[in-house]
Design a protein around this ligand. Structure first.
Ligand SMILES: [Zn+2]
Length: 353
């Protein structure tokens, strides 16, 4: 994750960037957020920036080996700790984060704005409050005792330290108090008052602010839709629209605009616009030779590759603002048939340029 991909909280981004640039890297940091506001995204972007071998313009490159491993959450020097419980997805009797790490990667890799309930669902322990127990602390201490694989920072990102029990905190305390060189702890909490004082008092704290309405919409668009049907419908409309445009079939493309304006609420029409914006960004990333950022689903790869090859290079960057404008116009009650007809016309004109 690059700083550029973080939604909102630009002042925190600026603070983290200048900490990294000036070398004043806090060895223990506590990020306090209302859940779902992006503390994990910020932490990931920060660690990626610190460890990037080719940063420029205040952001990580997204392409060096370290950045690529960070984007898949498999960087060998970056460890994740989160509250767990026994469950059907692991046979471990005393599970630690490691027992569930592949589920964590799937979840946080697609949507770093997940909430605690999403995590419980992902690891198959719905409704059971997790805990960070002493086995976890031991595992972290042993991981930190190993030499780092790269020459950068070793990092431990602890999601919800308020779920850490006293014994685990006692074990970890020394590492937090006197970290070895180039080692950092980032604690992400939703309830700072519940974080054990011994840990809390050693941390530099950062407040991650609640997101504005627009940013909330962007976060929502990142989420794997609860409603698979809606995703399938949006994807179907989008693919037939793009295919019609590419064969210069304006009538078929206008049929698609009818399908969009026929969506049964203004919220759905706006959701479609946001969805289409995300699809265009994927095409754009592929055109920039950045498939690792494009994050295309395997079953949709053929479609996106085809679009990236066929669309004009300027298509995505010229249509995304139009989509944003359509969303604003829907809010102002402009007739949606006219809006979507105009949108499709603009796409038709721009796709080949
Ligand atoms: Zn990099």
């Amino acid at each position: 994750m690059r700083f550029a991909e973080v939604i909102g909280n630009s002042t925190v981004v600026t603070a983290l960037r200048s900490m990294a640039d000036s070398g004043r890297v806090a060895h223990a940091m506590l990020m306090y957020e209302n859940e779902g506001c992006g503390a994990l995204a910020l932490a990931l972007a920060y660690v990626q920036y610190l460890n990037c071998s080719n940063p420029s313009d205040g952001d990580s490159c997204g392409e060096c080996p370290s950045c690529r491993q960070m984007s898949k959450l498999i960087h060998p020097d970056v460890h994740f700790v989160f509250p767990v419980n026994k469950g059907p997805k692991t046979s471990d009797d005393k599970p630690t984060s490691e027992s569930y790490i592949s589920y964590w990667r799937d979840l946080a890799g697609t949507d770093p704005y997940f909430v605690e309930a999403d995590l419980q669902k992902a690891i198959g322990t719905e409704g059971k409050s997790g805990i960070i127990a002493v086995a976890e602390a031991k595992s972290i201490i042993s991981k930190l005792s190993l030499a780092s694989v790269y020459d950068g920072y070793k990092a431990v990102i602890v999601y919800l330290p308020e779920k850490m029990n006293q014994e685990a905190a006692n074990r970890l305390l020394k590492s937090v108090e006197e970290p070895s060189e180039k080692t950092l702890f980032i604690f992400i909490t939703h309830a700072p008052e519940k974080v054990l004082q011994t840990i809390f008092s050693r941390c530099q704290s950062i407040r991650v602010l609640p997101l504005g309405k627009e940013d909330q919409e962007r976060v929502k668009a990142l989420k794997p839709s609860d409603d698979q049907e809606e995703y399938a419908l949006f994807m179907e409309i989008f693919t037939s629209l793009m295919d019609s445009l590419l064969v210069k079939d304006l009538m078929a493309a206008l049929d698609c605009s009818e399908s969009i304006s026929a969506l049964d609420s203004r919220e759905k029409q706006k959701a479609f616009c946001n969805f289409a914006g995300l699809c265009l960004r994927k095409i754009f990333m592929l055109q920039q030779n950045m498939p690792q950022i494009a994050d295309v689903r395997q079953d949709e790869k053929d479609f996106y590759d085809r679009m990236a090859a066929a669309c004009s290079r300027k298509f995505c960057s010229s249509i995304i603002p139009v989509l944003e404008n359509v969303v604003a116009m829907i809010d102002r009650n402009v007739n949606s048939k006219i809006l979507f007809c105009d949108l499709v016309n603009r796409m038709f004109i721009n796709i080949w340029r």
